[in-house]
Design a protein around this ligand. Sequence first.
Ligand code: AMO
Length: 427
Amino acid sequence: MKKFFVADLDDRVPGEKLVLNGWAQDIRILKNVGFIVLRDQTGLVQVTVKKDSGPFSMLGDISRESVISVSGTVPEKVQSKIGREFIAESISILNMAESPLPLGIVDEVEVDFDTRFNNRFMDLRKTEHSRIFRAKSAILWGIRTFLMSQGFTEVQTPKIVSAATEGGADLFRVRYFEKDAFLNQSPQLYKEMLIASGVERVFEVGPAFRAEEHNTPRHLNEFTSIDIEMAFADHNDAMHMLENAITMGISNFLKTVPDAENFSIVKKPPETPFPRITYEECVSILSGHGIKVGKGEDLNNEQLKIIGSRFEGFYFITHWPKEVRPFYTSVLEDRSDFTKSFDLQFREIELTSGAQRVHNPQILKNKIEEKGLDSSNFEFYLKTFRYGMPPHAGWGLGLERLTQVILNLPNVREASLFPRDRTRVFP
Ligand code: AMO
């Protein structure tokens, strides 16, 4: 049905006849001429309706945001502040929008968060909101094509599961016929099991669910996790893969999304390697600020702000203490209190966790139990370690947080189409 987008007008020649479809964002009727600002996913055009043309008399019937189809011609000279113009010959209303609208598209008034997200389909008609998802899609595409080029296979693993991966708390319980099951927090166990299946490099892009009570600008209860796992690799190999994946994601976004460098704070693909700092170096920097971090303690947001202020953009914090890492993380050979793990950070925001994994089944079983989990629930996973499991490493990257930092969005919810948070499971 649709042949041309509004932006295609930029390449058409004067006098050419075509049909444009879209939403009537604004309608103005003067004595001798009328104007419709027509919008589609590529932008805006001023549709000029002359008084002596057929459609002039129907302009008064078109409500804002109605879906219309306009047949007309490309003008000799564009005379519109919008930068694009189209002369209407006939207009048909494909679907009339009700009035008043639940949310204005052109009004400058500040709309509260709940009104926006309760009417998200309308909210996304604003370019400044819809372009976030074009950016997110382009970033993901760049990462995906990079991983494919490195021999990774994209996989899909179950989201209804029987065991926790990131610790026992924060699980959404679901009724699974006569049993209880959970929504998966991470594809962790499955991506590792696939390493045992002989697929040496896998990645997955899928939803992850966390029943976290946090109500912060960084937390969602459902987010998109980009996960990789690679065989015969350590934490350094995984970090290397991550910094290149991020660079390719940003580079694809800047190359393919119109106007990208104007609404992104990242104006060019970051240089690799990203800076690296160890957890112990962070602790000593913080102690220089009079802040004492207890043995094996995680770094909080305020502490990460101090560390983040030392870097321009992305940086890794490596070698976290074993107390703050999950059971599947392997430890340093010479200092077993510390792990072969890393977080990728942008300022104080954590974007990725990753590590080299434990691949010895007995050590893994002990570590599951040390974390207070019941190892019998993990038998399906432990079994895959007993018949030839290579050393392996990987990471999980939150796509909404990555989009948030690249576009400098104040809240991660802006990077989720229909966010799920502590109080919102609608629409
Ligand atoms: P982790 O639990 O650190 O690691 O999660 C990985 C990344 O997922 C994102 N993320 C979130 N994004 C929005 N809201 C949340 N509530 C949320 N929780 C996590 C973050 C985070 O860095 N299995 C490991 C990964 C691995 O080692 O491979 C894991 O899930 O960007």
